[in-house]
Design a protein around this ligand. Structure first.
Ligand code: PEP
Ligand code: MG
Length: 579
């Protein structure tokens, strides 16, 4: 058994035969020419033909793999129109009096090294695109030569030789033993040094079980495609798996970022079991998407997602969340070395609001302090940081920081159903003070003619004080969201960061559950809704109990939404089990 590790770009387990993809070595010769103008005409003819080919490929890909994946051919067409690229080729032809093939190959080398050296991962990934368009040009130039029946040693065909088993039109091998797709075709783990975008997109997707590449970035099209296809993929295994692995049994563990070649029985059985579980979950995903979160006796509940970054939005959509119940905005602050500007924040909140297309997006205002420290806030060391300057306490004592965020939030609320949520509330006056600041922000925005919406405003209930004051607090806000992580910490007097106290950190403690019931009851009395956004919300063993309490919303990590939907739909219990 051989084991290779890489970076996972998509999770899951793939078990099947390995198919090694090898490109033919390029043999571009440097040939002296007499007439540079004629050579440039020849180059431009090849360029036009390549652009035409890409147009046809775009149309084909559009039908087969959708616009997002087809777009690469449009980008390649644009790259072939790019002045810098074309001037470089023409300059080399003119100044060195060499053939177009040599000029194209040199330009490809120069441009791809330039992209590869860039810091930005996206630009780095463009190195593969430059190579790709250059290879296409070389192929066309070679074909033009062949057609003219001229001496064909100017350039060898540079097209890659896709492993025969997975070519779009190729037939599967007779003795195939790997896993079969829905089409009945055998599916393979494609192992390559790297894959050019046009190579990945031309693969017969029904035959691809997984991608494993020695190079490439997480922004590479192989990675993007793997995510779109929802198949396990690894990049950057470092060493190219050589042809000796071709045809061997492979297991890709996309969760752990490992590929096993010729796995031993123990690994194989373990992975088969892991895959079986994963398939069950996938089936669950399939059947529950688009379904309501409703119990058998008609009680509904909202199932929303917790996120910390706009990158999480894909998972939110994939798991069919009804909205976002907690966007932990402090991660925007934690990732930076200085205060994020209003504009930076506005762009992020707007993107989330627009992506969620009218679904509720609850953005929590800055919740730093305790374990989440930002150097640039220059906070003094505290004896008891969990009981110290954190969250709303910072916002109310640094109103300019708070107002910057509020302005961004109110502006973003013009682009979707944004709701704002304030953390760590313990006093009624805090909510009243927030309202004063909010009114100032709205007035200033209006005076400056800046558009803003009317977001719902709610508070987190995560201190026992807020629970006990929930009747009064409910009259001041539009909703409650119970932060059970902190509520448990403050109720049981247990530091949530101290793992040696795990035995005592009991989120099922009757005190916590009774508090939740009390908060929900007081919310409903005032005509507002109440949800849970702490980890306890995802605890399936409590779902029935939450339903019985009348909890209106559970906000959980995206991957927990469909399992919870299953529990809700199987429940027939809107009456309390508990005495
Ligand atoms: C909570 O306290 O339950 C909560 C959701 O907030 P955080 O975990 O970010 O403190
Ligand atoms: Mg909290």
């Amino acid at each position: 058994m051989l084991v290779f590790r890489g970076k996972s770009v998509f999770g899951g387990i793939a078990i099947g035969k390995i198919s090694v993809y090898k490109k033919k070595e390029q043999q571009v010769k440097r040939v002296k020419i007499e007439n540079a103008d004629a050579e440039i005409v020849r180059y431009n003819e090849a360029r036009e033909a390549a652009i035409e080919q890409l147009g046809a490929l775009y149309e084909k890909a559009l039908k087969e793999v959708g616009e997002a994946n087809a777009a690469i051919f449009e980008i390649h067409q644009m790259m072939l129109e790019d002045d810098d690229y074309n001037e470089s080729v023409e300059n080399i032809i003119r100044t060195q009096m060499v053939n177009a093939e040599y000029a194209v190959a040199s330009t490809a080398d120069n441009f791809s090294s330039m992209f590869a050296a860039m810091d930005d991962d996206y630009m780095k990934a463009r190195a593969a695109d430059v190579k790709d368009i250059s290879e296409r040009l070389l192929t066309v130039l070679g074909e033009m030569e062949d057609a003219k029946n001229a001496a064909g040693d100017a350039a060898a065909s540079a097209s890659g030789a896709m492993a025969k088993d997975v070519m779009a039109d190729g037939a599967g091998t007779e003795d195939a033993t790997g896993e079969e797709g829905a089409s009945g075709k055998e599916r393979f783990i494609i192992v390559a040094d790297d894959l050019a975008p046009s190579e990945t997109v031309q693969l017969d997707k029904e035959k691809v079980l997984s991608f494993v590449t020695a190079h490439g970035s997480t922004n590479s099209h192989t990675a993007i495609l793997a995510r779109t296809m929802g198949i396990p993929a690894l990049i950057g295994t470092g060493i190219a798996l050589d042809e000796s692995v071709d045809g061997k049994l492979g297991v890709v563990d996309g969760q752990e970022g490992v590929i096993y070649v010729d796995p031993d029985l123990e690994i194989l059985e373990k992975m088969q079991e892991k895959r079986r579980k994963e398939m069950e979950e996938k089936e669950l995903l399939q059947t529950l998407r688009g379904k309501e979160n409703v119990t058998k006796d008609g009680q509904k509940i909202m199932l929303y997602a917790n996120i910390g970054d706009i990158k999480d939005l894909a998972m939110v959509l994939k798991n069919d969340a009804g909205g976002i119940g907690l966007f932990r905005s402090e991660f925007i602050y934690l990732e930076k070395e200085d205060y994020p500007t209003e504009e930076e924040q506005f762009q992020i909140y707007k993107t989330v609001a627009q992506t969620m297309a009218g679904k509720r997006v609850i953005i929590r205002t800055l919740d730093i302090g305790a374990d989440k420290q930002c150097d640039y806030f220059h906070m003094e060391k505290e004896e008891n940081p969990a009981l110290g300057r954190r969250a709303i306490r910072i916002c109310l004592t640094q109103p300019e920081v708070f107002k910057t965020q509020l302005r961004a939030l109110f502006r973003a609320s013009a682009y979707g159903k944004v709701a704002i949520m304030y953390p760590m509330i313990a006093n009624l006056w805090e909510v009243q003070k927030i309202k004063e600041i909010v009114n100032e922000v709205k007035r200033e925005l209006a005076e400056n003619g800046i558009a803003f919406g009317e977001p719902e405003q709610g508070i987190m209930i995560e201190t026992p004080a807020a629970v006990m004051m929930s009747e009064e607090l409910a009259r001041e806000v539009d909703f409650f969201s119970i932060g059970t992580n902190d509520l448990t910490q403050y109720t049981l007097a247990i530091d949530r960061q101290n793992s040696s106290l795990d035995l005592f950190y009991d989120a099922h403690h009757p005190a916590v559950l009774r508090m939740i019931a009390m908060v929900v009851e007081n919310a409903h009395k005032a005509g507002i809704w109440a949800g849970i956004c702490g980890e306890l919300g995802a605890d399936g063993s409590l779902t029935k109990e939450f339903l019985a309490m009348g909890v209106d919303e559970l906000s959980v990590s995206p991957g927990s939404i469909l399992p919870l939907r299953k529990i809700v739909r199987e429940s027939y219990n809107s009456r309390p089990d508990r005495p």
